[in-house]
Ligand binder design. Structure first.
Ligand code: SAM
Length: 273
């Protein structure tokens, strides 16, 4: 039996068998570790928290990107990713021919470097000429924009580290200001099994800042509990509705799963009521 790597947080753990430790880097923002797993591809961890495996990252990246893009009231042209240095959300967004400008704001350049070297299938779109890389704190970067973007996707780490300001009301107000009318945002919004307070607080903030807001759930096997959420907000339109066809050959997202993601178990409805 090989070595097992554990994510242990919020009273819950998840373990993966690894065969090799490929990267260990300490940056001003976090500790980056990348492993070769046994049978689940590469594993990226930040501060000991699982960010992705190459085995199931399609579930998360497709849902984060296409739920937002397909809900958009406008044909999406200008799109912003905050966080997401592994490049998985960018890869999905680059599949839309309507997109003219694809901005990414990642706080930690080292995440991009590691992803480009070790996760080439995920970080595949960094050379797309529409992509503009900005190394900055997303909560500061967003302040400069007024009605600039059709879609904004926040692919951040959990609250507690550098992602903390991305879970606050000021950031959501600034995202609403940066969106065109008819635009949509989607943000990593945690699991109601593990972080119900974060799920609830983000929905409250999003309802305060957007005309329409909702919480959706989907499966990602290698996130503890196998479940994660997306908080969506619409500038004048309801993001629960899928309005356009997604790109072909996806493995997780489809129109029915978009709308089904927002059909919630009773305990989550009670949490959010
Ligand atoms: N889906 C992943 C998860 O929740 O497990 C998140 C993946 S992605 C690697 C998260 C990225 O957000 C990290 O690369 C991190 O450096 C970046 N990040 C965290 N705080 C940020 C901030 N304030 N501004 C911009 N990027 C940030």
């Amino acid at each position: 039996m090989g070595e097992w790597i554990k994510e242990a947080a919020n009273g819950f753990g998840l373990t993966l068998e690894i065969s090799k430790h490929l990267v260990h880097r300490e940056t001003p923002f976090q500790v980056i570790d990348l492993y070769q797993t046994v049978g689940k591809g590469k594993l990226l961890m930040l501060n000991g928290i699982i960010q992705l495996t190459s085995w199931d990252e399609f579930c998360y990246h497709e849902m984060m990107a296409h739920t937002v893009m397909c809900a958009c009231g406008n044909e999406p042209e200008n799109v912003l990713v905050i966080g997401g240095g592994d490049g998985g959300v960018l890869r999905e967004l680059a599949k839309y021919p309507s997109v003219k400008r694809l901005d990414i704001c990642e706080i930690d350049e080292a995440v991009i470097e590691v992803a480009r070297e070790f996760l080439p299938e995920t970080a595949v779109s960094y050379d797309d000429p529409r992509v503009n890389i900005n190394i900055a704190d997303g909560s500061e970067f967003i302040k400069q924009f007024n009605a600039e973007y059709d879609a904004i996707i926040v692919d951040s780490t959990d609250p507690g580290g550098p992602g903390e300001p991305l879970f606050g009301v000021e950031f959501y107000k600034n995202m609403r200001k940066a969106l065109k009318f008819g635009g949509v945002i989607g943000s990593q919004s945690e699991s109601p099994f593990l972080l119900p307070d974060v799920v609830k607080s983000l929905q409250q903030i999003s309802r305060e800042c957007f005309e329409y807001s909702a919480y959706g759930m989907f499966y990602v096997p290698t996130y503890p509990t196998g479940n994660i959420g997306i908080c969506v907000g619409g500038a004048g339109i309801d993001p629960v509705i899928a309005r356009r066809e997604a790109p072909l050959n996806l493995r997780y997202y489809n129109r029915k799963i978009h709308e089904a993601a927002f059909v919630l178990p009773q305990f989550v409805l009670d949490l959010l009521s």
